[in-house]
Design a protein around this ligand. Sequence first.
Ligand code: G3H
Length: 339
Amino acid sequence: MTLKDTPATTLAKVDRAGKIVGGIVNDSSLRRYLEGIPGIDAVGLEARAGSFGTRSIKTTSKAWALDRIIELIDLTTLEGADTPGKVRSLVAKALLPDPTDPACPRVAAVCVYGDMVPYAVEALGSAHSAGRDDGINVAAVATAFPSGRASLDIKLRDTAEAVADGADEIDMVIDRGAFLAGRYSTVYEQIAAVKEACRRTDGSYAHLKVILETGELATYDNVRRASWLAILAGGDFIKTSTGKVSPAATLPMTLLMLEVVRDWHRLTGEKIGVKPAGGIRAAKDAVRYLVAVAETVGEEWLDPHLFRFGASSLLNDVLLQRQKVRTGHYSGPDYVTLD
Ligand SMILES: O=C[C@H](O)COP(=O)(O)O
């Protein structure tokens, strides 16, 4: 697929991207633009990220933060050994995270492989958001996740099938090989094409999260460029990692992506979401991310439309901490499911 074949909806974004990069979107204009972005002060970035762990939080704020973290979780299972039964258990947990407390909030979404989408949709039943704000979304990883090593045609079919099966959100991976080789227009065109594959028959779109796989991009400068590229190409969210590569999400990388989103908002007025994913398991770490969001882009971003945690086990620790805040003690190790 080339830009010439790109459908009309995407062309509006291409026009805007063209205005921003200063001409036709191709390898040379993208290279000029992306490589012209000033380099990162790594020491300053890491110091800012480190400072988010030094805030003290009142008990009332902690209770609020724990509930908010739950509401921002994409509760995830992405294992080769996943089964319909495992997905049903995940959905049961998403629907009722704490069986002893009906007031416990629900997670934002369940995140599964594409072939598991029908089981997630069925298990959610009337709780499936399907476009409503009061339900739980189904997110599907697509585009030959986690490597992204497949033809564009296969990536588009992977995406379209998940959307047709009821996925509300698509988590795609970028072609890191193309990005690192400087073939920016290949990455751009693939993201734009996947965005089009997110189109439903009624003309609405599944939300597109673009996974950069920061652990493979290696440098802060690369992650900043990839963030701009993903947003220019039409991504609704930028996401750090698949969870299959180490390091996965880190606070400095996430902070850097939040800064790009802040700058994009200043430039265009458009709000893009951020999703750190992989390796976030402790509630106290998740609180640091909340502080980073609030102090970088503002509290408005502490909303499932604009921020998510991609995590398989974070919910368990948040429930334990929540129980402690509510009752003053832990209920014991059997309180949460450990899957
Ligand atoms: O996107 C989410 C990740 O795959 C989950 O990673 P995790 O198991 O380290 O929480």
